[in-house]
Ligand binder design. Structure first.
Ligand code: C5J
Length: 225
């Protein structure tokens, strides 16, 4: 693969500038689905205050608008399971004491099940034609999906990420991508956690040791790029 065609661009970031090209970089929005962001979904069934995630929606929408304007590939992921739960290991299904388990009926349909109303991406971030919509049964977007092949086919080598939750599916995906050789940048305002201290710790651990997992940038610095 050569990069001769497009110039290298830069985003001011920590621990240093993040270089990217429009044609080798994808925006990944992780699990911005009603199950996690709205009352009655999986996030609330685990005892979380889902309003804490709402603050990431508007920044993520601005980031999405920027990526679309740049002509970048956009990937939306959804944590979801098949209706018969054959892709949900007992260790996940039975863990904890949620008020509703994966597959149980709830006000937005069956919890975390593919195609149910609660599994949809929130309206402000709704995918459009040409964007990848990836259903994933795990926390990481590379586990048990075709994501790697889809990125390789399109010569994608770098990922700009937002989504929820910072320390679970976002960080897991970022670490999976890091091990596969992708440069990854997480946009601070476009990600959120039910535990603000976990978000802060995740941002810190990504950039520690010279960016051992990747880069973190402010939204304004991305939009300026
Ligand atoms: C969780 C996620 N937290 N998308 N999923 O269970 O982070």
């Amino acid at each position: 693969m050569t990069h001769d065609a497009a110039p290298e661009l830069r985003i001011a970031a920590s621990p240093g500038p993040f270089g990217y090209r429009r044609d080798d970089t994808a925006l990944m929005l992780i699990d911005m689905q009603r199950d996690f962001l709205e009352p009655g979904g999986f996030g609330e069934s685990l005892g979380n205050d889902v309003s804490l995630l709402a603050r990431a929606v508007e920044p993520a929408a601005r980031l999405l608008g920027w990526a679309r304007a740049q002509g970048m590939l956009v990937v939306h992921t959804r944590e979801s399971h098949l209706p018969n739960l054959s892709d949900c290991p007992p260790a996940k299904l039975l863990r904890g004491e949620p008020s509703r388990r994966i597959g149980d009926p709830g006000p937005m349909g069956r919890i975390l099940i593919r195609g149910e109303p609660g599994n949809a991406i929130v309206e402000a971030l709704a995918p459009v034609d040409g964007e990848i919509q990836l259903d994933k049964p795990g926390k990481g977007a590379f586990h048990a999906t075709q994501l790697e092949q889809q990125l390789v086919q399109r010569n994608i080598r770098r990922l700009i990420l937002g989504g929820v939750t910072t320390e679970v599916c976002v960080q897991t995906t970022m670490r999976e991508a890091n091990d596969r050789g992708y440069d990854c940048l997480l946009v601070e305002e476009a990600t959120a956690s039910y535990f603000p201290a976990f978000k802060r710790a995740t941002l810190d651990m990504i950039v520690a040791q010279g960016g051992i997992v990747g880069w973190v940038a402010k939204l304004e610095d991305v939009l300026r790029a």
